[in-house]
Design a protein. Structure first.
Ligand code: ADP
Ligand code: MG
Length: 683
C-alpha cells in the first residue's frame, strides 16, 4: 500500500519532504515540530499578493510587486561590501536587481542574461532608477510564482519561501483518510472532511475565520480525541479486577458520631460513592473535587478508615510535609488508638525511616502519611489497599496513569483537588477518572468579606488587625517572594516580618519555602496554639493548611496572582464559624483587569464560578499551573470560545460509551493527535 494514502505518512519524519534537509529539520525540531502532522499547525499569519504583475514603468514603490524582466548586464564591483547588481529591463523601462552578500556564480545562475525571468519583491527607487533588493521569488516560468504567499512567524530561522514550499507540499500530498465521525457529527460541520478542513485552514483568505466549519471541525477533532483517550483509560482501569473490600458501617458511623460537626450532604454522598467503589470488584480511580474548605480531608480519612478495617493498608500522600503532618495529626486525633499510624518526613532520621519501612513491609502499619517519598522504589507494602493523594491538580494524565498502576490491582486510588475547574474542562482534565464533587460548604461558614487597599493605606490595615487580634483572632500575611529582588517588584516576606515585628512584638512569625522543616513545624505549631497572632509567609500556605482560628488574610501585591490563586489563598480563612476578612493589597492604582478580578472575588465565594471567570480573563493555560500538567496541547480548540464543541464532544463520548461502539475507526485520529501516547494497543 502506498504510504501516502495512510495516516502514518503524516507521522513521518520531516525529511520525507523534498528539499528539507538536516538543517531545516533541526530548526523545526527546536520548535517542537517533529513530523509532517506537527507542521500542519504552523499557520500563516498574513499573506502577500504577488499576482500584480506589471510593467516596470507601473511599479509601485514600497510595495511587493511581481514583474517579468530580461537581465541585460552584470555589475560585479571589485570592492567588498558593495552589492552585486544586475541591470534588467522590459519594453517600458529599467530595473536594477541588487544582491547583498551573494556570489557572482549564484547571481549569474538565477538571472541569466537575455532570458525572460519573473521576479518578485519589494520595489524601491534609488538614483532615478527602480530597484529590487534581494528578490524573493525568481523563476523562468512566471506561472510558478504563486499568486499569493503566506507569511509565517519566522523566529525559527526558516524563510517564508521554505515554509510556503514545504507546507504546500504536505497539503498537496495529504492522505485521504476515512471519515471517523458519525454522519450527524460531520453534518454539523458542513460535511467537511478532515482533509478538506486542513486545506481550508491553510488558505490565506481563511486566516482568522474561527467560526467557519473547517476550523470548528478541526477544533472538535482535537477535543474529541482528548476525551476519547481519557475515556479509554477509564475503561481500561475499570476492567481491572480486584478483591472487594468489606465496609464496616458500624465502625465508620462511630467515628462520624465522634466528630464535632455533622457531615454535609455532599460529603455524605461522596463517601457513599467511594465506599461503593471500595466494595466492588473493579479498581477505583476516583477524584474528589471540592472547593477550598469544603471538607475533603475528613472524607478521605473515613475512606482510609474503612479500608483499614477491611484488612488493608493505606498510603496518604500530600504535596508538602506541612500538609502531610497536618493530616497525620488529624488521623492520630480521630482514629482509635489501636490503629497504627505513621509519618515519613524528610527529617525522619535514617534509623527511624528504616524501622518504618520494615513495618510497612510486614503490615505493622495501617496508614502512612508523607510526601511523594512514600512511593519511592524502596518503599514496599504488604497489603496496600488504598492510595490517597491530596491536592494533585498539577498532575497530568500520564502521571496519574502511572499512579493508578502503583500498589497493584487490589489497590484503589482516590485523588483530591481543591481546584474547581470550568465545566468545559472537566472531561479534558479529569475524563480518565470518576468524579465526586463537594459543592456545598459546611453550614456554619460565613462568606469571607473581601476588600482591596492601596499599600499606602497600610495604616488602616494595621488598625484593623490590631482590633482583630484584641478579639482573639489570628492573621495570615502573604507576600509573593522570600527576599527583595531587584528584578521583580515583589514585597518580601522577610521585610514585612521585620516591619510587623516592631509593631506587634512577640506576636509575629515568619514562614517561607526556605525555612528548615523542623523550624517550620515549630512555627506552625506555635501559630496553631495561638502563641503568636500573625503569620507572615510566602504562598507556601496556599495549599491545604487548615487553621480555623485564623480569620484574616492580607495578600500583598495581589495583582501578581490570578483569580483562582487568590481564591485558594483566601480559602485559608473562613474555615471556622467566625466572620472573616480578606484584604487584597495593591501597589498602585488598579488596572481595569485588576478591578474586574476584585469585583469577582467580592461577588463570589464559589470556586467553580471563579474558575470560569479566571479562564475568561487569562485563558486556560494559565489557570493554576495547568501548563505544567502537560495537558495544554490544544492547537486550535479554546475552552472559552469553543465551549459548545467541548459539550458536544462530551455528549458524543457518552453515547459511544453507552452503546459500546467499536472505536477502531478512530485509530488514525488518536494516533495523530494523542501526544501523550497513552493508547498503544488500541484496536
Ligand atoms: P479542604 O476540602 O479544603 O481540604 P478541609 O478538609 O481541610 O478542607 O476542611 C476544612 C475545615 O472544615 C476543617 O477544619 C474541617 O475540620 C472542617 N470541616 C470539615 N467538614 C465539616 C463539616 N461538615 N462541618 C463543619 N466543619 C467541617
Ligand atoms: Mg485539603
Amino acid at each position: 500500500m502506498n504510504i501516502k494514502s495512510n495516516y502514518k505518512y503524516l507521522l513521518s519524519d520531516l525529511t520525507a519532504l523534498k528539499g528539507v534537509g538536516v538543517k531545516t529539520t533541526n530548526l523545526l525540531k527546536k520548535k517542537n515540530i517533529n513530523n509532517l502532522f506537527d507542521l500542519l499547525w504552523k499557520l500563516p499569519k498574513s499573506y502577500t499578493d504577488r499576482s500584480l504583475s506589471s510593467k516596470i514603468k507601473d511599479l509601485k514603490i514600497g510595495e511587493n510587486q511581481t514583474v517579468t524582466v530580461t537581465p541585460q548586464k552584470y555589475l560585479f564591483p571589485r570592492i567588498r561590501n558593495l552589492p552585486n547588481r544586475v541591470i534588467c529591463s522590459d519594453d517600458s523601462g529599467k530595473l536594477d536587481c541588487v544582491f547583498f552578500n551573494s556570489y557572482e556564480g549564484y547571481v549569474k545562475k538565477i538571472l541569466p542574461l537575455g532570458k525572460e525571468i519573473t521576479i518578485s519583491g519589494k520595489i524601491s527607487y534609488f538614483k532615478n532608477k527602480y530597484q529590487l533588493t534581494n528578490p524573493k521569488y525568481i523563476s523562468e516560468d512566471s506561472s510558478i510564482i504563486k499568486q499569493v504567499h503566506n507569511q509565517y512567524s519566522l523566529t525559527e530561522g526558516i524563510s517564508e519561501k521554505v515554509y510556503n514550499k514545504i507546507i504546500d507540499q504536505i497539503i498537496s500530498e495529504l492522505p485521504e483518510l476515512d471519515e471517523w465521525h458519525s454522519n450527524q457529527i460531520v453534518e454539523k460541520f458542513g460535511n467537511l472532511s478532515w482533509n478538506n478542513s486542513i486545506v481550508e485552514l491553510h488558505k490565506p483568505e481563511n486566516i482568522g475565520k474561527y467560526r467557519d466549519n473547517f476550523y470548528q471541525r478541526l477544533a472538535y477533532d482535537e477535543i474529541f480525541s482528548t476525551f476519547l483517550v481519557n475515556s479509554e483509560i477509564r475503561k481500561k482501569i475499570k476492567k481491572i479486577k480486584k478483591k472487594r473490600k468489606k465496609i464496616n458501617f458500624n465502625l465508620q458511623n462511630n467515628l462520624i458520631n465522634k466528630l464535632s460537626f455533622s457531615l454535609t450532604n455532599d460529603q455524605v454522598n461522596s463517601l457513599k460513592e467511594i465506599n461503593k467503589d471500595l466494595s466492588t470488584s473493579t479498581k477505583m480511580f476516583r477524584l474528589l473535587q471540592g472547593d477550598v474548605g469544603s471538607g475533603k480531608t475528613i472524607i478521605a480519612l473515613l475512606s482510609a478508615y474503612n479500608t483499614i478495617n477491611s484488612g488493608y493498608q493505606v498510603a496518604f500522600m500530600a504535596p508538602t510535609e506541612i500538609l502531610a503532618r497536618q493530616h497525620y495529626n488529624l488521623a492520630k486525633e480521630i482514629f482509635p488508638a489501636s490503629k497504627k499510624i505513621e509519618l515519613i518526613s524528610g527529617k525522619s532520621d535514617y534509623k527511624n525511616k528504616k524501622i518504618i519501612l520494615e513495618k510497612l513491609k510486614n503490615n505493622k502499619i495501617d496508614i502512612i502519611f508523607g510526601t511523594h517519598a512514600i512511593f519511592q522504589k524502596k518503599v514496599s507494602y504488604k497489603k496496600l489497599g488504598l492510595i490517597i493523594i491530596d491536592e494533585q491538580h498539577k498532575f497530568g494524565v500520564n502521571q496519574r496513569k502511572k499512579l493508578s498502576d502503583k500498589g497493584g490491582d487490589d489497590c484503589d486510588v482516590l485523588l483530591m483537588t481543591a481546584t474547581p475547574i470550568p465545566r468545559t474542562l472537566t472531561m479534558t482534565m479529569y475524563g480518565d477518572m470518576d468524579l465526586s464533587i463537594i459543592k456545598e460548604k459546611p453550614k456554619s461558614r460565613k462568606p469571607i468579606k473581601t476588600y482591596s487597599k492601596l499599600e499606602s493605606k497600610i495604616d488602616d490595615v494595621l488598625k484593623f488587625i490590631k482590633k482583630e487580634i484584641n478579639s482573639g483572632n489570628q492573621i495570615f500575611w502573604v507576600c509573593p517572594l522570600i527576599e527583595e529582588s531587584k528584578k521583580l517588584d515583589h514585597t518580601s516576606a522577610v521585610n514585612k516580618f521585620e516591619f510587623l515585628k516592631k509593631l506587634f512584638p512577640n506576636q509575629v512569625l515568619l514562614l517561607h519555602g526556605k525555612t528548615e522543616i523542623n523550624e517550620k513545624e515549630k512555627i506552625l505549631n506555635n501559630f496553631q496554639k495561638n502563641k503568636f497572632q500573625i503569620l507572615v509567609s510566602t504562598t507556601i500556605i496556599e495549599v491545604g493548611i487548615d487553621f480555623p482560628n485564623a480569620n484574616v488574610i492580607i495578600i500583598e501585591n495581589a495583582n501578581k496572582f490570578g483569580l483562582s490563586q487568590l481564591h485558594q489563598l483566601r480559602g485559608r480563612v473562613g474555615r471556622g464559624d467566625k466572620d472573616s476578612t480578606c484584604i487584597l493589597m495593591f501597589k498602585s492604582n488598579l488596572s481595569e483587569n485588576a478591578k474586574k478580578r476584585i469585583n469577582i472575588l467580592k461577588q463570589s465565594n464559589d470556586g467553580f464560578f471563579i474558575s470560569e471567570e479566571d479562564m475568561k480573563i487569562r485563558g486556560f493555560g494559565d489557570l493554576l499551573g495547568f501548563k505544567q500538567s502537560g495537558i495544554k496541547n490544544f492547537k486550535l480548540a479554546d475552552p472559552v470560545h469553543n465551549s459548545d464543541l467541548f459539550l458536544l464532544a462530551e455528549k458524543e463520548i457518552k453515547r459511544i460509551e453507552q452503546t459500546n461502539e467499536d472505536i477502531s475507526k478512530f485509530k488514525p485520529l488518536i494516533k495523530l493527535y494523542d501526544r501523550a501516547d497513552i493508547i498503544n494497543d488500541i484496536a
